[in-house]
Design a protein around this ligand. Structure first.
Ligand SMILES: Cc1cc2nc3c(=O)[nH]c(=O)nc-3n(C[C@H](O)[C@H](O)[C@H](O)COP(=O)(O)OP(=O)(O)OC[C@H]3O[C@@H](n4cnc5c(N)ncnc54)[C@H](O)[C@@H]3O)c2cc1C
Length: 498
């Protein structure tokens, strides 16, 4: 293949497609290579028993006019075409914690007032918490779309503070601590490791405004891929990158599993950095960097049920439901295979023309990769009868817990699709199926931090494994990565003007 691309992007997750769109806008001839038949990584959807389900990305925050994701998507030229539904402003997330329910409303003032009403004696701790959150999010220039001096966001103070410790310092009231930490599934929080930075950014961007995709998150894939193609860019699916070619310390091209070669001037890896590093010749990176990246710890994986329901049996919910069996929302920290499941997250997809009853339902809980490790080398869809039996038994256990909370499900489930940590590993390509990529640790913020630049002058990273996951984290990473080529402050200026 003789085409010399300006930028070759490995992986078509949100980060790869956002970078492709931004760079295409700036006149770069972009090529995106995706190993799967479907584009989008965790934005992919699938059909099962008459329903369309998403794999990840259920709801996104900060899409109200002028908020950070709204501005970014407007700049990308996709905001007006996105079909989104604003969630319940009085409780877009509902937390069930050991028998009591709490609603999380939109807007920081409403959030504060709601907490005051639940905990009238805790006004001081609540006000302090809101202030801490404001400070932690204010100090991140990129989140506020302010010009910045350094692409290293790893120097924010809230990265070296633990969220659990901070909540514990604010109040001895465990119930309040739990409610403040109950968005836990949105970042797979760990008591011992999760920085306040991760908690504050994710929590604040949802409280600012929370939105569901109508008819699935693939629309984001289709819109971004459309922008790249409109600008003359190339996107190729079923093209798994297996190695890099290099000359004099710089990359010259990639090789793929199909035996093809692609040449380019710059390369962006939207895949897990450990996988990219494995493909690079040893001479190109320092052993210390290679080892650090290879050993990055990943977030826990998940086990998911996607249910099809009889008509008119389950009321549509315009909020997410987070169920915690025990008065402790840090489930990753006391997870036990024996007692599993003790938590679930229930999401009702929004579909056009339907808002009274739900036909489709997604339920997620955490699961450790170790539990499926014995089948890890067997091929997809051919993992044998014992794997299928194990999956069915686990699915029944989870469904039983969910049915205890929602008895209307009993006898009304007409179809069920199950995902395990192996499904997440195989479809997204994250090592061990970690749902949000690398795990950030406040004890060693820089050791768990991967920047967009590498020692190889024309190789960059992007996506959820940089500083944060989700629509917010990945979009921030896309700006950092593209900023390396076109100037970050110039890009921020353009976003603010869009
Ligand atoms: C269960 C679950 C629920 C979630 N819920 C939410 C939510 O509600 N809101 C939210 O904002 N976020 C949510 N997230 C997180 C969010 O979906 C991710 O952080 C984000 O989509 C990751 O994007 P990414 O750019 O890092 O790429 P990824 O989605 O990780 O995609 C990487 C792509 O690279 C491809 N690839 C890998 N290796 C190769 C190779 N060798 N050659 C070519 N291609 C390759 C993969 O196939 C994949 O398409 C959720 C995630 C999960 C798993």
């Amino acid at each position: 293949m003789d085409t010399m691309y300006d930028v070759l992007i490995i992986g078509s997750g949100l980060g790869g497609l956002e970078c492709g769109t931004i760079l295409s806008k700036h006149g770069y001839n972009v090529c995106v290579l995706e190993k799967n038949s479907k584009l989008g990584g965790t934005l992919q959807g699938f059909n099962s028993h008459g329903c369309r389900f998403g794999t990840g990305m259920h709801y996104i925050g900060s899409l109200d006019k002028g908020q950070v994701i709204d501005k970014t998507f407007r700049y990308l030229g996709i905001r007006d075409q996105l079909n989104m539904k604003r969630m319940d402003p009085f409780g877009f997330d509902v937390f069930h914690i050991a028998g009591k329910e709490y609603a999380c409303p939109m807007g920081m003032e409403a959030f504060k007032e709601q907490l005051y009403s639940y905990f009238p004696k805790e006004n001081e701790a609540i006000s302090k918490y809101v202030l801490e959150m404001k400070q932690a999010t204010d100090e991140v220039d990129l989140y506020n779309l302010r010009p910045i001096n350094s692409s290293i966001s790893g120097n924010n103070k809230s990265l070296s503070k633990g969220v659990f410790g901070l909540l514990d310092e604010l109040t001895p009231n465990r119930e309040l601590q739990n409610v403040l930490g109950a968005h836990n599934f949105a970042y797979a929080g760990q008591k011992e490791k999760t920085p306040f930075y991760t908690h504050a950014l994710i929590q604040k961007h949802f409280i600012d405004s929370a939105w569901k995709f109508v008819d699935g998150s693939e629309q984001l894939t289709n819109l971004l891929a459309g922008k790249i193609r409109e600008a003359g860019g190339t996107i190729i699916n079923k093209e798994k990158v297996t190695g890099f070619m290099h000359e004099e310390g710089k990359l010259t091209g990639v090789k793929t599993a199909n035996g093809h070669a692609f040449r380019a001037k710059h390369f962006i890896a939207n895949i897990h950095p450990a996988l990219a590093v494995q493909m690079l010749d040893e001479s190109l990176l320092r052993p210390s960097y290679r080892n650090r990246v290879a050993r990055l710890e990943n977030t826990i994986s998940a086990f998911s049920l996607h249910l099809t329901l009889k008509e008119n049996t389950f009321k549509y919910r315009n909020n997410n439901y987070h169920y915690y069996k025990h008065p402790d929302v840090w489930y990753t920290s006391y997870y036990s295979e024996k007692a599993w499941p003790e938590f679930f997250y229930l999401f009702v997809p929004a579909t056009s023309g339907q808002d009274k009853y739900a036909r489709c339902l997604s339920i997620h809980t955490y699961m450790k990769f170790d539990e499926v490790a014995q089948w890890k080398d067997l091929p997809l869809r051919h993992r044998g009868a014992d794997y299928e039996a194990w999956k069915t038994a686990k699915a029944e256990k989870l469904l039983q817990l969910v049915t205890e909370q929602f008895p209307e499900l009993k006898g009304n489930v007409t179809g069920m699709n199950v995902s395990t940590p192996l499904t997440f590993r195989d479809y997204i390509g994250t090592p061990n199926g970690g749902i949000y990529g690398t795990l950030k640790d406040f004890h060693q913020p820089m050791a768990s931090y991967v920047g967009p630049k590498t020692r190889i002058p024309n190789l960059f990273f992007t996506g959820q494994n940089l500083n944060l996951h989700g629509a917010l984290g990945v979009s921030m990473s896309s700006l950092l990565t593209c900023g390396e080529l076109i100037g970050l402050n110039h890009l921020i200026e353009q976003i603010n003007e869009a």
